[in-house]
Design a protein around this ligand. Structure first.
Ligand code: CP
Length: 358
C-alpha cells in the first residue's frame, strides 16, 4: 500500500479529482508549513535536491514568485523554461508554423531530469478557445512521469483556490454554514479566463460552504462546473445557488469574491480536430461588459455583508472597475493574506506530490 497517496499525482483539476478529505489534508499541511516559516525553521530537507520546472505562457507575479521561493525554501531548485528560449510545445494534431516540439517529447524529456513540471497557460498563442489550454495540460500529464501542476489554465486555478480556502479557514476556523459569494465584476478588459471563478465556485462547495454564484445574464460558468457544485452541495448538506442580483447575493455573506471573467457565448469554438467552427465575437462581448458596469464592489454593497465578512480577490485587481480603492484597501480586505498564502499552499502541494519528507 502506498504510504503517500499524493505522491506522483497531477494537480490539474483537483477541485474534481481530489476528495474533500484530501483537500483538508493539504490545508493542514499548508498551515503547518506556514507556522514553520513564521518561526524561521529550516525546511530545506523536505525536497532537498528536487527540481521544479516551470513554464509560463501568460504573465504572472504571485504564482511565479511563490513557486520559485517555495521550492527554494524546501531545499529544491527551480528552472524556468521561458517560452521563446525553448521550443513551443505543440499538441498532437495542433502544430503551428513556428518552431514547435511535440508535447509527448517535451514531457518525456523533462520527466527524465526533473521532479515536477508546473505550467501556466490560459490563453495559448492565437488559441483563445475555451478548454484548449486545459486539454494541453492534460496532454502533458498523459506523457509525463512526473506531476504536472496547473498554475492556471483556462478552466481551473487550483493553486489559487487552495490558498484562498486556507485564508478562509484562518479567518473563520471552519467552512460549515459560511456563505461564500463568487461574483462577476466589471472590467475594462474582456480577456479574463474562467479559471478563478470556476475554482472558487468548486472548492468552497467541495469543502461544505454555502456558495452563491452571482453574475449578469451571459456570464454563466461552464455548466459542467455548476453541475458539480450542485453535487457537492447535495453531498455536504449545504447549498449552491445562482443569481443575477449582486446586492441580494451580498446580503449576510461571510466571504465576497467579486472578479471579472469573460462571456462564454462570445468565445471561439473548435471541433475535436482543432478546426475553428465559430469565431470569437469581441464586439459582442465588449457590449455586454459595458452594459454591466454597475457590477462593482463598493462600500455600499460591502455594508450588506456579515459584520465579520471579508472581501477577497486573487489579484491583480482592476481598481475602480471591479472594486473601489476604499474596499480593496479597507479593513475587510484580505487580498494580501491570499497572496501570502499562495506560498504556503504551493509548498504543501509540492511537498505531497514530489515526495517530501517532513
Ligand atoms: N492570482 C494570480 O494567479 O496572480 P498572478 O497572475 O500574478 O500569478
Amino acid at each position: 500500500m502506498r504510504t503517500n497517496k499524493f505522491l506522483g499525482r497531477d494537480w490539474l483539476s483537483p477541485e474534481i479529482d481530489y476528495t474533500k478529505e484530501e483537500w483538508e489534508s493539504m490545508l493542514r499541511l499548508a498551515e503547518e508549513l506556514k507556522t514553520r516559516y513564521a518561526i524561521n525553521e529550516d525546511t530545506s530537507h523536505i525536497l532537498k535536491g528536487k527540481t521544479l520546472y516551470t513554464m509560463f505562457f501568460n504573465s504572472s507575479l504571485r504564482t511565479r514568485s511563490t513557486f520559485a521561493a517555495g521550492i527554494q525554501q524546501l531545499g529544491g531548485f527551480h528552472v524556468d523554461l521561458e517560452p521563446g528560449k525553448t521550443y513551443t510545445p505543440a499538441r498532437k494534431g495542433f502544430e503551428v508554423p513556428y518552431k514547435t516540439e511535440r508535447i509527448c517529447d517535451v514531457a518525456q524529456v523533462l520527466s527524465r531530469t526533473g521532479d515536477a513540471l508546473a505550467i501556466r497557460m490560459y490563453g495559448a498563442p492565437s488559441q483563445w478557445i475555451y478548454g484548449f489550454a486545459h486539454e494541453t495540460m492534460k496532454e502533458f500529464a498523459h506523457y509525463s512521469d512526473i506531476p504536472i501542476i496547473n498554475m492556471e489554465c483556462d478552466v481551473y486555478h487550483p493553486c489559487q483556490a487552495l490558498a484562498d480556502m486556507l485564508t478562509v479557514k484562518e479567518k473563520f476556523g471552519d467552512f460549515k454554514k459560511k456563505k461564500f459569494v463568487i461574483s462577476w465584476a466589471y472590467s475594462g478588459s474582456t480577456s479574463k479566463p474562467f479559471a478563478v471563478p470556476q475554482s472558487l465556485a468548486l472548492a468552497p462547495s467541495l469543502l461544505g460552504m454555502d456558495v452563491i454564484l452571482a453574475r449578469p445574464k451571459g456570464f454563466e460558468l461552464d455548466p459542467e462546473v455548476t453541475k458539480k457544485c450542485h453535487e457537492y452541495a447535495a453531498q455536504n448538506g449545504s447549498t449552491f445557488e445562482e443569481t443575477d442580483d449582486m446586492e441580494a447575493a451580498f446580503e449576510g455573506a461571510h466571504v465576497v469574491y467579486p472578479k471579472s471573467w469573460g462571456a462564454l457565448p462570445f468565445f471561439a469554438q473548435m471541433d475535436e480536430n482543432g478546426k475553428k467552427i465559430k469565431e470569437e465575437n469581441l464586439d459582442g462581448m465588449k457590449d455586454l461588459f459595458e452594459r454591466n458596469k454597475h457590477w462593482i464592489c463598493d462600500e455600499k454593497k460591502m455594508k450588506l455583508i456579515d459584520k465579520n465578512g471579508i472581501y477577497m480577490h486573487c489579484l491583480p485587481a482592476d481598481r475602480d472597475m471591479e472594486v473601489t480603492d476604499a474596499v480593496i484597501d479597507g479593513p475587510q480586505s484580505v487580498v494580501y493574506d491570499e497572496a501570502e498564502n499562495r506560498l504556503h499552499a504551493q509548498k504543501a502541494i509540492m511537498t505531497l506530490l514530489m515526495g517530501g519528507r517532513l
